[in-house]
Design a protein around this ligand. Structure first.
Ligand SMILES: Nc1ncnc2c1ncn2[C@@H]1O[C@H](COP(=O)(O)OP(=O)(O)OP(=O)(O)O)[C@@H](O)[C@H]1O
Ligand SMILES: [Mg+2]
Length: 170
């Protein structure tokens, strides 16, 4: 199993900036990739996902899949956008039924921490959304196996800084 280290940290100051960060990542994603988004309610995970979709050439409006759990979108690559929030209360679904992390699609999972262990073997990119005292500001921390992600992220223009892990939450 690869090492998980901090690969990149960015600060966004509006939902639009978070969406833009998602778009930059989306342009660099390839089929088979799994991105886990972790952060509290209202952290900006859906805003980021919307940007990822745009970066993948999806034209449909991306909405939160909180109640349906998974939605698929067609772009230049297919996007599977999931939200595992409801797995927290009662785990109604067998995770396998959701068929996440398939090799022919890009998978983005909100509340990815609810099932992080299930995706570890796919070497996901994990992005933590860390709230700040200023309600418009978020710190986005990208973590993953550098063998899987460093080159990809640097090609996307994301400056890689391999930082000590873990960083403090604030
Ligand atoms: N820098 C920022 N980035 C993203 N959203 C921000 C930022 N500043 C303020 N916001 C606000 O935070 C909210 C983020 O909502 P969003 O639906 O993206 O969160 P979420 O993490 O998907 O929440 P949920 O867990 O309910 O799915 C929006 O109301 C947005 O306007
Ligand atoms: Mg959401």
């Amino acid at each position: 199993m690869g090492r998980a280290v901090n690969l990149f940290v960015s600060i966004t100051r509006s939902p639009e900036e978070t969406e833009k960060a998602g778009e930059v990542l989306g342009r660099a994603l390839e089929i088979g990739d799994v991105v886990l988004l972790i952060g509290e309610l209202g952290a900006g995970k859906t805003a980021f996902s919307r940007g990822v979709a745009r970066g993948l050439g999806v034209r449909d409006r991306v909405t939160s899949p909180t109640f349906v759990l998974v939605r698929n979108y067609q772009g230049s690559k297919e996007l599977v956008h999931a939200d595992l929030y409801r797995l927290g209360d009662g785990a109604l679904f067998d995770l396998q039924m959701l068929e996440l992390g398939m090799p022919d699609v890009v998978t983005v999972i909100e509340w990815g921490d609810r099932a992080a262990g299930s995706f570890e073997y796919l070497r996901p990119l994990t992005i933590r959304f860390i709230p700040q005292n200023n309600p418009d500001v978020r710190v986005l921390r990208y973590e993953g196996d550098p063998d899987a992600w460093s080159l990809r992220l640097s090609r996307a223009g994301l400056e890689i800084r391999t930082l000590d892990w873990p960083l403090p939450e604030n």
